[in-house]
Design a protein around this ligand. Structure first.
Ligand SMILES: Cc1ncc(COP(=O)(O)O)c(C=O)c1O
Length: 397
């Protein structure tokens, strides 16, 4: 081993620490839920994505256990070789029905779904146009693609239209144009306007794609997602999503036309070259979809909790940005302050993660809160009391 690597990592990490950009993950010693154990201490959890609290739902756990008993623990290979079980096919059918799309294809994660779909469908001669606040996996998919790229200002569909015009005009793009947006933006909790996006795209014959990671289980009838919420089924091309948030297992999916699914099966590299999800995972995902279809109370509770907590933070005087979903940022202005707020919240029994540059601009550094259906009113009131105490301590309110 050369010293060069060790010295380089040491110096890079020192630099990151100086800028408050180095954080070791907090280790949890309990299941995902409203209250979790971190470093032996029980705290209110406001940082996980299990929006509907389904991680410990008895039907979901039972489905996973039964799948292990019948199929064992692994799928055996990549999907095209021998890693496709009837469980995968059933799960895809259920998800397609839930999303009201012709077909669905499972990936190992939301990250690989975005990378696979974007890099496979946009090729040399094509053009990708992306919202500036899209998730890293969309950016990486675009980087891997041989298509040219452009970025429009966040939710500025006038700017998107200018870029589309430029692409079909001076840039002479005659190939496909893929316009990609997050549905719910994960740092701010605001929502893309799919109608405005589609209005622009239809004028220039562009394909529309939404990443529904934070919208599935949250927006739309029974949580069917952004396209459903905005009644855009007839006008929207493609959806990609994750199975690690409201459906709180692991995995990702494409949802859209069958012929596109078949092309992805033939060409998408994560699908072709990385093992498929294990049986317990797939069975748990299917069980979650059944719960979404049949138990609307979780969705209703999520929104009840969201309204209560968001209003509570606003009433305390915090800057909560433009969020309209269960993701509510508490914007504090710089990285050091965000780190301090997160730290003292934890000391007082609330886990809410600090979010800093490069995830957001330095001046928009924040603590991000996410409520779920599993929080009780007492959990949320206690969390608000702690926010009040810590906000006053730091002079934020
Ligand atoms: C908007 C968005 N897209 C994609 C992903 C990736 O999903 P996964 O965790 O399943 O890889 C995330 C995860 O944080 C996300 O927030």
């Amino acid at each position: 081993m050369t010293n060069q690597l060790i010295e380089w990592c040491t110096s890079e990490i020192a630099g990151l620490k100086e800028r408050h950009l180095f954080h070791m993950p907090k280790v949890h010693q309990s299941a995902v839920g409203a209250r979790v154990i971190i470093d032996g201490k029980k705290v209110i959890q406001l940082s996980n994505n299990s929006y509907l609290g389904l991680s410990t739902h008895p039907k979901v756990k039972e489905a996973a256990i039964k799948a292990i008993e019948k199929y064992g623990v692994g799928s055996g290979a990549v999907r095209p070789i021998s890693g496709t079980m009837d469980l995968h096919v059933e799960c895809e059918e259920k998800l397609a029905k839930f999303k009201k799309t012709e077909s669905c294809l499972l990936f190992q994660s939301g990250f690989t779904a975005n990378v696979g779909v974007v890099s496979t469908l946009a090729v040399a001669g094509d053009h990708i146009i992306s919202d500036e606040l899209n998730h890293a996996s969309i950016i990486d998919g675009a980087r891997l693609s041989k298509a040219t790229r452009a970025v429009y200002r966040h939710k500025d569909y006038g700017h998107l239209e200018e870029l589309l015009k430029e692409a079909r005009g001076p840039k002479s793009i005659t190939g496909k144009i893929l316009v990609v947006t997050d549905g719910v933006f994960s740092m701010d909790g605001d929502v893309a306007d799919l109608k405005a996006c589609a209005d622009a795209c239809e004028k220039y014959d562009a394909i529309t794609m939404v990443d529904d990671a934070h919208a599935t289980g949250v927006l739309g009838e029974k949580g069917r997602g952004t396209v459903d919420d905005q009644h855009m089924h007839e006008r929207w091309s493609l959806t990609v999503g994750t199975l690690s948030k409201a459906i709180p297992v692991v995995g990702g999916y494409y949802a859209g036309p069958q012929i596109v699914k078949e092309y992805l099966i033939a060409k998408a590299r994560p699908f072709l070259f990385s093992a498929s999800a294990p049986p317990a995972v797939v069975a748990a995902v299917s069980a979650c979809v059944d719960v979404l279809e049949n138990e609307p109370q979780h969705h209703a509770k999520l929104w009840e909790n969201t309204k209560f907590f968001k209003q509570g933070l606003k009433d305390l005087g915090f800057n909560t940005g433009n969020s309209v979903t269960p993701v509510t940022p508490v914007i504090v202005g710089d990285g050091a302050k965000a780190a301090k707020l997160s730290e003292i919240l934890l000391e007082n029994g609330v886990y809410a993660q600090g979010i800093y540059f490069p995830m957001v601009a330095e001046a928009l550094s924040r603590v991000r809160t996410i409520v779920s259906a599993s929080h009780s009113r007492e959990d949320l009131q206690e969390a608000l009391d702690v926010f009040k105490k810590c906000g006053k301590q730091l002079g934020l309110i």
